[in-house]
Design a protein around this ligand. Structure first.
Ligand code: GLY
Length: 307
């Protein structure tokens, strides 16, 4: 069954941002579904859906990314082809609107899995990936958020996701991701992010780490995660959810719930995960107040989206 699922972050999405998140998810699902519907590959569907959200300033990926501790945007992304266990990832890159496309180039045109920082950008130049200016990625909302965060003593990733008690401020985890299954039975998954707000320069989260942010294996399923990366990496969330399907014979929903329980119980973590099994059945779970998610498959008449 052709199938696609996307996420646009798990956090305390404010009421006035719900509509933008909902609309962005619908557009991303539709863009990816269009590829699958006309017989395209799962990889193309994942890349297309994520590019759509990287372009959209609503999310913490590409345009709209968070600002790090020295006022720069640094982004991470990964993509995985579940047919051959091929993977590509980039971390701590700057001035590129579509990190997911660069991750795919690493997968398809290099002998490596993960390139970071200057090396990744050197590879991008060799691959004729377009560069943009820092201002193309930095939106006023994030500059303002960064200024507010800088006023909070002892601000950290953990309080970003659990909420800053004195202020009620709850920083967004607007990482984006997608999992797709095409008509040939190939699964692909991808994730793209600007990381966490005010992160230390060079900090890398879960999103480009295969098994934590992204995983896909044709015979079992695929997953993409969002949330507080330092906790997600400790439970290798994406692979753990896929393992729930393979080793415990769980439904995608049950495997996703188990993964989020482990995130909370073992790592005191926060986040969300989307998953498809090898038949294209979707599952999703999160332990934050809201999660932006949506999906479409051959059993449905129109895409579903919710925040
Ligand atoms: N989940 C995104 C990050 O922590 O970087």
């Amino acid at each position: 069954m052709r199938s696609i699922i996307v996420h646009g972050g798990a956090w305390d999405i404010p009421d006035d941002a719900v509509e933008n998140h909902h609309q962005g998810i619908l557009e991303a699902v539709s863009a990816g579904w269009e590829i699958l519907h006309r017989g395209g590959t799962a990889l193309d569907a994942v890349e297309t859906a994520i590019r759509q959200m990287e372009e959209d300033p609503t999310y913490d990926a590409g345009r709209g990314s968070f600002v790090n501790a020295i006022g720069d945007v640094e982004m991470d992304a990964s993509i995985m082809d579940g047919a051959a266990l091929e993977v590509g990832a980039v971390a701590a890159i700057q001035d590129i609107l579509h990190p997911i496309t660069l991750a795919r180039r690493v997968m398809e045109r290099s002998e490596h899995v993960l390139l970071v920082s200057e090396g990744a950008m050197r590879f991008a130049r060799e691959q004729d990936i377009p560069f943009c200016t820092p201002e193309d990625l930095l939106v006023g909302r994030e500059l303002e958020r960064w200024r507010e965060i800088r006023k909070i003593p002892d601000y950290s990733g953990k309080i970003a996701f659990s909420g800053v008690p004195e202020t009620g401020m709850n920083a967004p985890g607007d990482t984006v991701g997608c999992v797709a299954l095409d008509e040939r039975g190939n699964l692909a998954a991808g994730t793209s992010t600007g990381g966490t707000p005010n992160k230390y320069p060079g900090r890398v989260g879960d999103s480009p780490i295969i098994g934590s942010g992204t995983y896909a294996l044709n015979s079992v399923g695929g997953a993409s995660t969002t949330g507080w990366g330092e906790s997600i990496m400790k439970v290798v969330l994406a692979k753990s959810v896929v393992d729930g399907i393979e080793l415990l014979d769980m439904s995608p929903s049950a495997a996703a719930e188990r993964g989020i329980s482990q995130l909370r119980d073992r790592a005191d973590g926060y986040g969300g995960v989307i998953v498809l099994d090898a038949r294209g059945e979707p599952g999703v779970a999160w332990n934050t107040p809201r999660m932006a998610r949506g999906w479409m498959n051959e059993k449905m008449k129109e895409p579903f989206a919710a925040v």
